[in-house]
Design a protein around this ligand. Sequence first.
Ligand SMILES: NC(=O)c1ccc[n+]([C@@H]2O[C@H](COP(=O)([O-])OP(=O)(O)OC[C@H]3O[C@@H](n4cnc5c(N)ncnc54)[C@H](OP(=O)(O)O)[C@@H]3O)[C@@H](O)[C@H]2O)c1
Length: 380
Amino acid sequence: MNSNLNDNLSDFDTSIMQRVLELASQGTSTTQPNPRVACIIVNGKEIVGEGVHHMAGEPHAERLAIEQAGELARGGTAFVNLEPCCHQGRTPPCTDGLVDAGISRVVAAMRDPNPLVEGGGFELLTDAGIDVEYGLLENEARWLNRGFVSRMVRGRPWVALKTGATLDGRTAAYDGESKWITSPEARIAVQELRANSSAVVTGIGTVMADDPNMNVRIDGAERQPYRVVLDSHLQLPIDAQIIGTDQKLIVFTLSQDLDRVSALTEAGVEVVQLNDTSSGRINLHDVMAELSNWQCNEVLLEAGQTLSGAFMEAGLIDELTVFYAGSVLGDKAQSMFQFESPLSFAERFDFHIRSAEMVGPDVCLTAINQASWQTLVTKD
Ligand SMILES: NC(=O)c1ccc[n+]([C@@H]2O[C@H](COP(=O)([O-])OP(=O)(O)OC[C@H]3O[C@@H](n4cnc5c(N)ncnc54)[C@H](OP(=O)(O)O)[C@@H]3O)[C@@H](O)[C@H]2O)c1
């Protein structure tokens, strides 16, 4: 936690910050790689300007709120869920805009962990005579931008595993059939999870078994996540459905088969050849570092038991979203996580259950890896 809040913060201040967070969440599926940000300008007790950042390259929330407020911004308070930027990017620094507009107080939910900002925005505002307070609804703000914060403080995206499972935690039948464990309602909810992610990752096992497309099929979707396949031996068939769209497909491999690489590259696939490992399998931390370089904030893992198990074992699953259907497949069916090494009770992975809700006839349960969350709230 990082805060310099004054004791005199009012319920009104908190309610405005709650609205800021609601507005910022409107950018959940569009702002990546940028964070989700909104700004509200208040003069007295009146809201005089609101702005929501929509997409990278488009105006920042503060600029939009200032524009809407016009002269009424003078002497007002700007509430924003992230420290205003102080660097020239594709758009000019927001700190300049706030100073020029005559804002007298800025209340922010959190510092920006981006090394280009990291307190520099607050410093600039303070130097210009503006009162700056930060730390209001900080945890909520960090949660909203957990992918961005993760990329900034850990150098890797936030990884959420989504899986459809039976009541006994099975993700496919013994013969590999898994269509469809869950209901149409659950599958619609999955479309939203994909839309909110920078990349959707799967293993070659799932591609071979299901020939999935893994795109977002939501009317009016403004952005498609990258699709990513982990395929150590470059087995991906050239006629796989996942290749046949305009959306970027990245295949990570250990293979040095240049003919296969060029055939896939010609088909529009981005092939990333990683260094070989002693296990003969792709190093998942290398994949995460690469995806961070591709500016991926949130990654959705939609894989079978092998790759999901490897991610869990590597400590790379930050969030779990499991859609449980009212069926049972028994212990010969495929599990959610396959571990190659025995895991004793003491070595279990601990998650905190965050929510459980009905989605059609299924239950959607989300759980957070406490260790991951701690790194996001304690580091800046
Ligand atoms: N219920 C659900 O939500 C759901 C979701 C997805 C899939 N499924 C089902 O899961 C089944 C497929 O499961 P699966 O386990 O065969 O496939 P998978 O987990 O999707 O992919 C496994 C493959 O990924 C590759 N891989 C690359 N790097 C790896 C690493 N570091 N660690 C582990 N694997 C790595 C391996 O092949 P290489 O060594 O050749 O690279 C491995 O065999 C299908 O029946 C599918 O229907 C169910």
